[in-house]
Design a protein around this ligand. Structure first.
Ligand SMILES: NC(=O)c1ccc[n+]([C@@H]2O[C@H](COP(=O)([O-])OP(=O)(O)OC[C@H]3O[C@@H](n4cnc5c(N)ncnc54)[C@H](OP(=O)(O)O)[C@@H]3O)[C@@H](O)[C@H]2O)c1
Length: 251
């Protein structure tokens, strides 16, 4: 199969690319650094020529602005689906986040908008939701300056981005299903705990404080909803195993 991966240079996208290549697929990466911009549409039509399926793992960054996240995910999805229709792509796989149903706010407002746009489009689709990545704490820590890190209270069940990439390829291969089964990690965790373990493992002395964010978003993060339901598929790699793996070193 010829598979295009939007965001194929990102934390999870690179694992989807690797998993697809190992499975013998022909892979095209859609990223600005590869001359394809899903927001402006630059390079998209040419990149999708002959493509059978698209995995969308592009990201707006870690913005907490609902307006910015919504604009990114709506525009990217609209442009991707239009180009896929022209190219005759038969399956669009969109990566979303487990447990966000009642958290239509902040960054998650963008993910809701993305899911709605995919479901309303004319390209057969699968929406694959995953838990926070093991890489998530590091993404937040590296994007935050200052001697002290301040992180929101987040109850989560994190999963290795490597396993999410493999899951996305299985979803692509299975054909369009609408909502695919959720994927979460093997153990319940709390964001500040994994952040502290990661800093200690890396030999970095940096205090980490936990705050409860206000409003719908903050309540949702702290509620446990992001840990997913009983019917989710579970990854095998624990956070501490991931810390000791070469995947941690690469982020
Ligand atoms: N992080 C988590 O814990 C988590 C959990 C569940 C689901 N997700 C979802 O997983 C997806 C990927 O997240 P991530 O953390 O792996 O992202 P990431 O590491 O920030 O990577 C973002 C990717 O998107 C590409 N990109 C950004 N703007 C683009 C544009 N205008 N045109 C084309 N490509 C663009 C980037 O490449 P260039 O910079 O070269 O363009 C990069 O490949 C997101 O949809 C996110 O909501 C994340």
């Amino acid at each position: 199969m010829r598979i295009a991966v939007a965001g194929g240079t990102g934390v999870v996208g690179r694992h989807a690319v690797g998993a697809a290549e190992r499975a013998g697929h022909d892979v095209v990466v859609l990223a600005r650094s590869r001359g394809v911009d899903v927001l402006t549409g630059e390079g998209l039509a040419a990149a999708l020529s002959g493509v059978d399926a698209v995995i969308d793992a592009a990201n707006s960054g870690t913005t907490l602005s609902a307006r910015k996240a919504t604009r990114f995910f709506e525009t990217a999805t609209r442009n991707l689906l239009a180009a896929e229709t022209t190219a005759g792509v038969g399956h669009h796989v969109s990566l979303s986040i487990v447990g966000i149903d009642d958290i239509d706010a902040s960054y998650y407002a963008g993910k809701h908008a993305q899911e709605r746009a995919v479901a309303a489009g004319s390209v057969p689709y699968s929406i694959a939701r995953a838990g926070q990545f093991h890489e998530f704490a590091g993404q937040l820590l590296s994007g935050m300056g200052g001697p002290v890190a301040v992180l929101p209270k987040v109850l989560m069940r994190p999963v290795a981005a490597r396993e999410v990439g493999e899951h996305l390829v299985r979803v692509v291969e299975g054909g369009p299903v609408g909502r695919a089964r959720d994927l979460v990690g093997p153990r319940d965790e709390v964001l500040v705990d994994v952040a502290r373990r990661q800093l200690a493992f890396d030999g970095i002395r940096r205090p980490v404080l936990e705050v409860r964010l206000p409003g719908t978003y903050g309540r949702g993060l702290a509620s446990g909803a992001l840990r997913g339901g009983a019917d989710a598929v579970h990854g095998r790699i624990t956070f501490d195993e991931w810390l000791r793996s070469e995947d941690h070193g690469r982020v």
